[in-house]
Ligand binder design. Structure first.
Ligand SMILES: *Cc1c(COP(=O)(O)O)cnc(C)c1O
Length: 358
């Protein structure tokens, strides 16, 4: 079994106390499975609001929360509600490879602007693309995948303002609508001290939504639970497009049981952040065989993007030969490594030095 550092999972499995609570909750849910689940899952939404209140200090109402089977499904709901034929979704590359799929699946035109050389987003460029393309949806990953880059609050504000200026036709008799902006904070809990969450801007922008997931920091990728916080009106638009009873009673029970152990599940986040910072520093100390220093992107996530290799595929394959699986992604020449346990990161470092002759 190789060291799996390729899909940004949390390397720490849920502990025995968490597993016991989840198992009890599933057992209790099982005795009611003859009935359809709570289709508005208000218990879970209220638990999520409470969690975000603790995590980011932002007070939200349960009616401002939405959840689905992974944040991938949450985003699909956003595109179903606000995208569609004749409409446009915009993002800025390099970014998450799934975004164009949500656009394709909803027959939404897909347009990408660009991020700068250092993977930040120039607010002027963002404004210009939004004004020109008149999208109904703008997707911003922050921290971004695969680069790890978080957006400053001023950039998110500039995008929200530009989105408010958009006039999307809404059909006969309808008022034109502004664009909606989704800040995808799948890696939000890994952000460095001082990096803000866009949750704090929800009160200012009714067209803003912040998506989160239990797949990464919560170590619950297998449970498929993602969620979003926004204005009530935004959430109401999502309620229209979801399939009836899209979130099973078992999923709701698992998510609520896990949230009741948020502290334990998130216990390793601190350690992963420290390991991330150490990995960035270590990679920055290296030089290619020709003397060039390695390029290493700033990271607020649980992975690091580094390069630039003349033959990145050879480096990726060499690591795999030594039992370490990372990801060949991002701009040409770059590779992405997810942060694993201390032992896994040692295996990664040893293999990289050997393979790349650093
Ligand atoms: C991993 C990831 C997600 C999470 O997807 P889930 O469907 O919740 O597992 C969302 N956005 C980005 C950018 C990611 O990297």
């Amino acid at each position: 079994m190789p060291v799996l550092l390729n899909v940004n999972e949390n390397p720490y499995a849920p502990g025995t106390a968490v597993v016991a609570t989840i198992a009890d909750a599933v057992r209790a849910a099982a005795s009611g499975l003859n009935r359809y689940p709570d289709r508005d899952f208000l218990g879970l939404r209220s638990d999520l609001a409470a969690y975000l209140g603790t995590e980011s200090g932002v007070r939200l109402d349960a009616a401002q929360l939405w959840a689905a089977n992974g944040s991938n499904e949450v985003m699909l709901h956003v595109l179903q509600a606000f995208g569609g034929p004749g409409r446009t979704a915009v993002s800025f590359a390099p970014t998450y490879s799934m975004y164009p799929e949500y656009a394709r699946d909803t027959h939404t035109r897909w347009v990408v602007g660009r991020r700068a050389e250092d993977f930040t987003l120039d607010p002027d460029h963002a404004r210009e693309v939004i004004a020109r393309e008149q999208p109904s949806v703008v997707l911003l990953a922050s921290p971004n995948n695969p680069t790890g880059t978080a957006l400053p609050a001023a950039t998110v504000a500039a995008v929200c303002e530009a989105a408010l200026e958009v006039a999307v036709p809404t059909g006969p008799g309808g008022e034109p609508a502004p664009a909606v902006v989704v800040v995808d904070e799948a890696y939000g809990e890994f952000r460095r001290a001082g990096t803000p969450s866009a949750l704090g801007m929800l009160a200012r922008y009714p067209n803003l939504a912040v998506a989160r997931t239990m797949s990464k920091a919560f170590a619950l990728a297998g449970a498929r639970v993602g969620y979003l916080a926004a204005s009530r009106a935004f959430v109401d638009a999502l309620r229209v497009v979801r399939l009836p009873y899209h979130l099973s009673a078992v999923t709701q029970a698992v998510a609520r049981a896990a949230l009741s152990h948020a502290d334990e599940l998130l216990a390793q986040v601190e350690e992963l952040r420290a390991e991330r910072d150490a990995t960035v520093a270590w990679l920055r100390s290296l030089r290619h065989a020709d003397g060039r220093p390695l390029e290493v992107a700033e990271s607020d996530a649980n992975f690091v993007l580094f390069g630039e290799f003349t033959d990145r595929h050879a480096v990726w394959a060499g690591l795999l030969e030594r039992g370490v699986l990372i990801r060949e992604t991002g701009p040409d020449g770059w590779l992405r490594v997810s942060i694993g346990t201390r032992d896994e990161m040692r295996a990664f470092r040893d293999a990289l030095v050997e393979v790349a002759g650093l």
